[in-house]
Design a protein around this ligand. Structure first.
Ligand code: ADP
Ligand code: MG
Length: 622
């Protein structure tokens, strides 16, 4: 009984079931070949290869016929179906089984690669931490979401994924619920409104009262997020399918010509068998599977094969600064007063306004204040201006903290301030006047300079797109060897910069970590998010994720993407030549159906081996 249910469970997994069918078919073919060579198959139709014909061939015939009849589309399976029928008609059961087997194997590999990239998405989603900022005894603590009880208060900052189901107790925001409802426009929410785990908070911060324990929602959340990430993903159109109509026409012509020229039905049918583009079918999926597997080992999670194909053509790589080229853990260097307000008050206002900020600069300012023994005031009406700064009401005063450009755009007169090289200056305005400045500095990632040099050697130019001021941006860029810098970018300016590069015919990859980078990650031909420093929004918008925030993986990614394309092209070129050769041999009667099927097989094996060499491929470093 137990065994039965184990078997049923095993077979419910489509991939495993297909793998089993393919394995049984392979065994039946080996048996058929062995018995055939020993002359033990008697009568002729009692060939063990029938197992392969039925298990692998019948589904193919079914798909080919229904595709033709109901959708009028010709795919590679039509060619395979023709080959199977031709072989059975000639009583060449081994050849029929073999062709069906190869096609099924190709399908299996493709499903496997889709499964791998689905696994990749799940890994991406799992990287969004399963923690909640719970407020206990007036203090904010970060704890595992599963330990939060019903009725507790949880704080959610801008750009964070809502960790549990609940109701907003304080604050207001808008929430992207597309993972839940598919509705792309964020929904405004205020006190009393319900919020759901797995949806993404946009620009406000709020406290919520938990109404559901995590185990009741977290699995659902994972499922929702994977589905949202999955939506809009396009599958690679199989090269073999793109060409199928032409190939079917060609094989029909060659078969007819052969028959007319030689008046030999067996020879004409052999052409049909040999023509079946098995190696061709295997060319792309095997290379994609191997490349995705290789990259996963090297700390790069890839959402789908298409983005790797785009990566191969990339000739500009744009980096965000804070959190991407730098570590994103800035610390406060100094606090200055620009008027009569004391430095302590400047820091107090800045820290209180920033206490709900998710931005590394904001976090650094509030934690510095708390380290100095201060207690932040409760901010009201907290709002983020992405890539600019924050505003809030603190103790009845209107406080704005951010870049000079941001304060200027809010109508506040901005004094000139000095910025030491490599630091970032954040201005603090209270009630419409700039009262002080906080200077912060952040370490450049140690591997950044080397990564930039090797990326350039691999043929792509690097640029920096940052929301920070010119001087700070230039200092960081020149220390890592990036020559082109666009500073003072709002998120839409980053998108604009990428678009204009694309209009100049460039293929652009964007690497970023923040909420402010999400639109440009989506716009770029390839978007790559930092896995550790990255916010949930950035990870969700990206095609790939650097797991350990390790920029030195980028050159390997470039190398692997172009190796994959080279493999696919060489596989296709090889399999076309091989097929042409086999067809010529068949046309002139040099090989019969069985030898033809074997020649055929050799081509497929060569393609698989060639692709799987990619699994171990490593860039040669000089
Ligand atoms: P980057 O593009 O380099 O990652 P951001 O776009 O995140 O940088 O920020 C750009 C600039 O906007 C910062 O240098 C800072 O001046 C200002 N800024 C953004 N968010 C905040 C914040 N929470 N507090 C203070 N300043 C901020
Ligand atoms: Mg950033």
């Amino acid at each position: 009984m137990k065994l039965c249910s184990a078997i049923v469970g095993f077979l419910k997994d489509g991939l495993r079931r297909d793998a089993l069918l393919v394995a049984v078919s392979a065994a039946s073919l080996v048996l058929s070949f062995a018995m055939g060579s020993a002359g033990m198959i008697d009568p002729e139709w009692a060939d063990p290869a029938w197992a392969a014909i039925v298990l692998c061939g019948v589904p193919i015939l079914y798909d080919a016929v229904t595709g033709l009849v109901f959708r009028h589309d010709i795919k590679a399976d039509v060619l395979v179906a023709m080959a199977i029928v031709a072989s059975v008609a000639m009583s060449e059961f081994f050849a029929a089984g073999e062709v069906a087997f190869i096609m099924a194997l190709g399908g299996l590999l493709e499903d496997w690669s889709a499964d791998r990239s689905r696994q990749g998405i799940e890994d991406l989603v799992a990287m969004v931490p399963d923690t909640a900022r719970v407020i206990r005894g007036g203090r904010e603590e970060t704890v595992p979401a599963s330990s939060v009880g019903i009725g507790e208060r949880v704080r959610v900052l801008p750009g964070e994924t809502v960790p549990l189901d609940g109701r907003i107790a304080e604050g207001s925001t808008s929430i992207d619920q597309s993972s839940l409802t598919g509705e792309p426009m964020p929904v405004d929410k205020g006190a009393g409104d319900g919020v759901y785990s797995g949806t993404v908070n946009q620009l406000g911060a709020f406290d919520m009262e938990v109404t559901e324990r995590s185990e009741d929602s977290s699995f659902q959340r994972l499922v929702r997020m994977v589905e949202a990430a999955d939506a809009g993903r396009t599958r690679i159109v199989r090269t073999a399918d793109r060409w199928a109509t032409w190939l079917v026409a060609l094989v029909a012509v060659i078969t007819v010509v052969t028959y007319v020229a030689f008046r030999d039905l067996s020879r004409a049918l052999t052409v049909m068998i040999v023509f079946c583009p098995c190696a061709f079918i295997l060319a792309t999926p095997t290379a994609v599977v191997a490349a995705i597997g290789n990259l996963a080992k090297h700390g790069i999670l890839v959402r789908d094969g298409d983005s790797l194909e785009s990566m191969a053509g990339v000739d500009r790589i744009a980096f965000d600064k804070t959190g991407t080229v730098t570590e994103g853990r800035p610390s406060v260097v100094s606090v200055a007063s620009l008027g009569e307000m004391s430095r302590d008050d400047v820091l107090m206002y800045a820290a209180s306004a920033e206490s709900r900020s998710e931005h590394p600069l904001g976090k650094a300012i509030s934690s510095r204040f708390e380290e100095d023994g201060g207690t932040v005031g409760e901010p009201q009406d907290f709002r983020v201006s992405v890539g600019g700064g924050v505003s809030a009401v603190v103790g009845g005063h209107d406080v704005k903290v951010g870049s000079a450009r941001f304060l200027g755009s809010e109508g506040i007169p901005v004094p000139r301030t000095d910025c030491p090289p490599g630091s970032t200056v954040v201005l603090v305005a209270v009630d419409g006047t700039v009262r002080g400045a906080v200077t912060l500095s952040d370490r450049v990632r140690p591997d950044a300079a080397d990564a930039v040099r090797r990326i350039r050697e691999n043929g792509a130019e690097c640029i920096m797109l940052t929301g920070d001021a010119e001087a700070a941006a230039e200092a960081v860029a020149s220390s890592v060897g990036i020559r082109e810098v666009r500073a003072d970018c709002r998120p839409e300016d980053k998108v604009g910069a990428i678009r204009s590069l694309q209009e100049d015919g460039r293929r652009v990859c964007m690497v970023g970590d923040g909420i402010n980078d999400a639109p440009s990650l989506k716009t770029a031909d390839v978007g790559i998010a930092m896995g550790g420093a990255g916010s949930g929004i950035a990870v969700g918008a990206a095609d790939m994720v650097l797991v350990g925030d390790d920029l030195s993986r980028m050159p390997h990614l470039q190398f692997l993407a172009s190796s994959m394309m080279f493999k696919i092209r060489s596989n296709i070129a090889f399999s076309m030549c091989w097929n042409m050769m086999a067809v010529s041999l068949a046309v002139f009667g040099i090989v019969g159906p069985v030898a033809g099927a074997i020649v055929h097989n050799v081509g497929s094996v060569a393609v698989v081996v060639n692709s799987f060499l990619l699994l171990a491929a490593k860039e040669k470093r000089c």
